[in-house]
Ligand binder design. Structure first.
Ligand code: S2G
Ligand code: ZN
Length: 466
């Protein structure tokens, strides 16, 4: 489907001739995220430079009843930024400036198209720290991180993106510019619409600016990697370390996943021996006491039979290498075009859940290689099913979606989430019912109706209009 020439002309009047793209290369570049299941087919790509230009585009889209798909860093994994039906793809790349910084408020206002890593670097230059971190920060944008409430590897200590959004400027699907919360720490004046837009995946409007809270940088970070005997023992190790000290990260990965990372990059193995599972534990070693405590807890885990071997970083570069074992997992596995289950349950229910989900996955995916990894300290597992090279994507996705129903149903029995951090987008829509009631989904539709009455904002993502 194409966008009519008069509308293209009006878009050019809004953003300028060069910032309206109608060529196929641009459609393939901007009309999709990191999901590999869809071929994008937008109607036009437009690159606004200001909130006011975004507003004019949304007003035009309402007048012409043309859908709008927001496009940030395009690192999403659930098809939240995929344009399939002649939509206007609204690209935030040009809106990537720091608007304001306040050392007393410890806050920075940035445009939505700022790359996450640039925000982290800006904070560091001010002697502060933006703590939300994950593998794709080099290309993800803060607007997209907010629209999907990105999580990552430090959630156990710092929480999700939601915890750091002090204010938002958005253009709602109605075409209204809303300035939400103005960076206030305390503001009890009715419904906090900020929290509706966080995690809304572009279905309520476009985030154009964000005021982000910053914090003190961690000091003397120390990293342990432990070889763990089995899945349930990871939770015993988690509880032991969580009860014994303050952690900044607790991650895990399976041996077959680590082997692929070792083969894919120059990273050395953590230690000589091998284990079925590995736990990565990070903490601030502010004194010898913390280091001694970390080693004492290691001894406990060995004595209990949960841990077989371990290593503690002796330098920053060694800590970075140990992190690469976990952080390079996603990129390493991408060559197998994995089908991803991103699920979570309460940490307290993990032992019970692991016992069931591991055997269910092995049963449902008998012919596929499974790699488990993720933020088990947050109750969040990433199960990647690797596509055999000789199996067509559609056939593979079809087989995985059947098994995913079983996994989603199990997650639902545990009152867990069928999408812990990657969002719902298009990929997880069919499983939403296992985590959200029909009443809740209907209420979400009604909230969308308020902010986007013509249903132009990223239609078909998370849920269908009716
Ligand atoms: C992770 C990154 C996305 C993926 O590594 O924690 O959230 O590939 C993931 O699963
Ligand atoms: Zn993750």
């Amino acid at each position: 489907m194409t966008v009519a020439p008069p509308v293209i002309e009006k878009l050019r009047e809004i953003v300028g001739q060069q910032r309206v793209l109608t060529d196929e290369t641009s459609f393939q570049q901007y009309g999709v995220d990191r999901t590999t299941l869809w071929t994008p087919s937008p109607g036009v790509v437009v690159l606004p430079g200001s909130t006011e230009e975004v507003q004019a585009i949304i007003q035009l889209a309402n007048a012409e009843r043309i859908a709008v798909v927001p496009s940030g860093g395009r690192t999403g994994l659930s098809g939240g930024a995929v344009a399939l039906n002649g939509e206007i793809v609204l690209v935030l790349d040009r809106m990537n400036e720091v608007v304001a910084f306040n050392a007393i408020d410890r806050s920075v206002t940035v445009q939505a198209g700022m790359i996450t890593q640039q925000l982290q670097a800006f904070a560091e230059q001010q002697g502060l720290f933006y703590p939300v971190d994950f593998a794709s920060t080099g290309s993800s944008q803060i607007g997209g991180n907010i629209a999907t409430n990105a999580g990552g590897i430090k959630v156990i200590r710092y929480g999700m993106t939601r915890n750091w959004v002090l204010g938002l400027k958005v253009v709602s699907g109605n075409g209204d510019i809303l300035e939400l919360n103005h960076g206030l720490v305390k503001n009890n004046t009715g419904l906090d619409f900020r929290h509706l837009f966080i995690g809304s995946e572009g279905t309520l409007g476009i985030i154009t600016e964000a005021t982000i809270g910053l914090t003190r940088p961690p000091k003397e970070l120390s990293v342990l990697v432990l070889g763990v005997v089995d899945f349930p023992s990871i939770i015993d190790v988690l509880k032991t370390y969580n009860d014994g000290m303050e952690l900044t990260a607790f991650e895990f990965f399976t041996h077959n996943g680590m082997e692929k990372v070792l083969a894919h990059s120059e990273v050395p193995a953590p230690f000589e021996s091998e284990a079925p599972f590995y736990a990565l534990v990070e903490f601030e070693a502010l004194s010898e006491t913390q280091l001694d405590q970390a080693m004492a807890l290691f001894e406990t885990c060995v004595m209990e039979g949960w841990v077989l071997d371990g290593v503690i970083s002796q330098s920053l570069s060694q800590a970075e290498n140990l992190w690469k074992l976990r952080e390079d997992m996603s990129e390493t596995l991408s060559r197998w075009k994995p089908y991803k289950n991103d699920i979570s349950v309460n940490v307290s229910r993990m032992p019970e859940f692991l016992a069931e989900v591991e055997s269910l996955a092995a049963r449902e995916y008998p012919d596929f290689e499974l790699v488990w990894y993720g933020h088990i300290g947050d109750g969040n597992l990433h199960l990647n099913i690797l596509k055999p090279d000789d199996l067509p994507v559609e056939q593979f996705a079809g087989q995985c979606s059947v098994a995913s129903k079983q996994i989603a149903a199990l997650v639902g029995q545990f009152n867990g989430s069928i999408s812990a951090e990657h969002g719902v987008g298009l990929l997880k829509k069919d499983y939403l019912e296992y985590s959200r009631s029909a009443t809740e989904v209907q209420l979400m539709r009604q909230v969308k109706q308020v902010f986007d009455p013509n249903g132009i904002m990223n239609p078909g993502k998370i849920f269908d209009a009716v």
